[in-house]
Ligand binder design. Structure first.
Ligand SMILES: Nc1ncnc2c1ncn2[C@@H]1O[C@H](COP(=O)(O)OP(=O)(O)O)[C@@H](O)[C@H]1O
Ligand SMILES: [Mg+2]
Length: 345
C-alpha cells in the first residue's frame, strides 16, 4: 500500500519515515532545508508536511515557490506576500515582516531556493532568529547553510514500482506487468519525477515499449511530462537538468561532461587522472567535484564502505555525455579512460 499523505492525485509514496524525521528536525531546529536532486520529491514532501497540523490549529501556514524569482533582493517581498503580511511601502520588507510576524506560530514553506541560496540563507536565518515561533522549511537542490539539513534519498524500487502502477491506473491504462514495471523503475534511479514521466507514456504505448525505449538512457531525457500542473523546469528530465546546469560553474559543467565517460562508480584519484588537464587543473577539479556532490549531481556509491566512491545517476550521465560529445572532446576522454583501464588491470 502507498502511504497516506495526499500528493496531487497520487498519495505520497514511501515517505512516512522522512515526514516524521523532517517534522522532528523542524520542531527542534526551526529552520530546515530538504535537499536532493531535481524531481526526487522535495516539494511533494514539503507540501505533505504543510498539510499536517504539526504546529497546532492556530498556526499560520504559508507556502511559496521562488522558482520564478530572479532578483535576490526581492526574497523578503515574496515571503511577505506568501504570508499575507506585505509591509508598508518604503519600509525595508524584512524588518516589516519580522514585526508583522512577531511571535505568531507559523510554518513557512519556501520551495526552490537553489538559485538564490545565499540570500535565502540570510533572510530565513534572520527571520527565524527574530520570530521565536516561526518554523521554516526550505527546499533546495543545493543545501542551504541552515541549522537543519535533510538530504532526501531516492524512493526504493518497490515504492517506485507502486508509484508507476498507480499512475498507470489513473490513466486507465492496461495494468502493466509487475516484472516490466520493476525493470522500468530500475532504470530510473528511484526518481519520482522520472517514474511519473515514464508512466505517462502508457497513454500511448505498452509497458514493454516504454521499457525498450528506456534502455537507451538518452531517450529518457526528452520524454515529455504530460501530467498537468508540473512547472516548466519539470516538463522533461532534460528541462530539470538544464535548470541544474545553469547553477553550475564553468568547471562543474566541464567536469559533469567529462565524468560521463565512467560507466560505473569513480573515485577522486581516478577522476584527477582521467578528467584533469590544463583546462581543469587539480585545484579547480577538486572544487568542481565537491560542487557536483553538493548539488546532488553525483552521489556516494551506496554499497561503498570506504565512502570514497561516487556515481552519477543514469540520466544525469546521459545528459553529460551529450554535452561531452558536443564539446568535441569525447574521443580524447574515452582514450584517456581506456588507457587508465589498461594500466589499472
Ligand atoms: N513520494 C512520492 N510519491 C508520489 N509522487 C511523488 C513523490 N515524490 C515526488 N512525487 C511526484 O514527482 C514529481 C516531482 O516531485 P517534486 O516534489 O516536484 O520534486 P523536487 O521538488 O524534488 O524537484 C511531482 O509530480 C511529485 O508529485
Ligand atoms: Mg521542488
Amino acid at each position: 500500500m502507498l502511504g497516506s499523505e495526499s500528493c496531487d492525485r497520487v498519495v505520497l509514496a514511501g515517505r512516512d519515515e522522512a515526514l516524521t524525521e523532517v517534522e522532528d528536525l523542524l520542531r527542534h531546529r526551526r529552520l530546515v532545508t530538504v535537499t536532493g536532486p531535481g524531481g526526487i520529491g522535495k516539494s511533494a514532501l514539503a507540501g505533505a508536511l504543510a498539510r499536517r497540523p504539526g504546529l497546532g490549529p492556530d498556526a499560520v501556514v504559508a507556502r511559496t515557490d521562488l522558482a520564478p524569482l530572479i532578483d535576490p533582493g526581492l526574497v523578503p517581498h515574496w515571503l511577505a506576500r506568501a504570508l499575507g503580511m506585505d509591509g508598508p511601502a518604503g519600509k525595508p520588507q524584512l524588518a516589516a515582516l519580522t514585526e508583522a510576524l512577531g511571535d505568531t506560530p507559523a510554518l513557512l514553506v519556501v520551495d526552490t531556493c537553489e538559485h538564490l541560496a545565499t540570500r535565502c540563507t540570510e533572510v530565513l536565518t534572520a527571520l527565524v532568529d527574530a520570530c521565536p515561533r516561526l518554523h521554516v522549511l526550505a527546499t533546495s537542490r543545493t543545501p542551504l547553510r541552515t541549522p537543519g539539513l535533510y538530504p532526501l534519498s531516492p524512493v526504493p524500487l518497490d515504492v517506485a514500482a507502486e508509484l508507476f502502477t498507480e499512475y498507470a491506473r489513473q490513466l486507465d491504462a492496461e495494468e502493466p506487468p509487475p516484472d516490466t514495471v520493476r525493470r522500468i523503475c530500475a532504470l530510473l534511479d528511484g526518481l519520482p519525477l522520472a517514474v511519473r514521466i515514464a508512466a505517462d507514456r502508457l497513454a500511448h504505448r505498452s509497458a514493454a515499449d516504454v521499457l525498450s525505449s528506456l534502455t537507451r538512457a538518452e531517450a529518457a531525457l526528452d520524454l515529455p511530462a504530460t501530467a498537468p500542473g508540473l512547472p516548466t523546469r519539470q516538463r522533461s528530465l532534460r528541462d530539470s537538468l538544464d535548470w541544474s546546469l545553469r547553477l553550475c560553474t564553468a568547471e562543474e559543467r566541464l567536469l559533469w561532461a567529462r565524468l560521463s565517460v565512467f560507466p560505473g562508480s569513480f573515485e577522486l584519484a581516478q577522476v584527477l587522472e582521467i578528467c584533469g588537464d590544463a583546462a581543469l587543473p587539480p585545484g579547480p577539479l577538486v572544487a568542481a567535484f565537491t560542487g557536483l556532490a553538493w548539488q546532488s549531481l553525483i552521489e556516494p556509491q551506496p554499497d561503498d564502505n570506504e565512502g570514497t566512491a561516487f556515481r552519477m545517476p543514469r540520466t544525469t550521465r546521459a545528459y553529460g555525455r551529450q554535452r561531452l560529445s558536443l564539446s568535441g572532446e569525447e574521443r580524447e576522454l574515452l582514450n584517456r579512460f581506456l588507457a587508465w583501464t589498461l594500466r589499472a588491470s
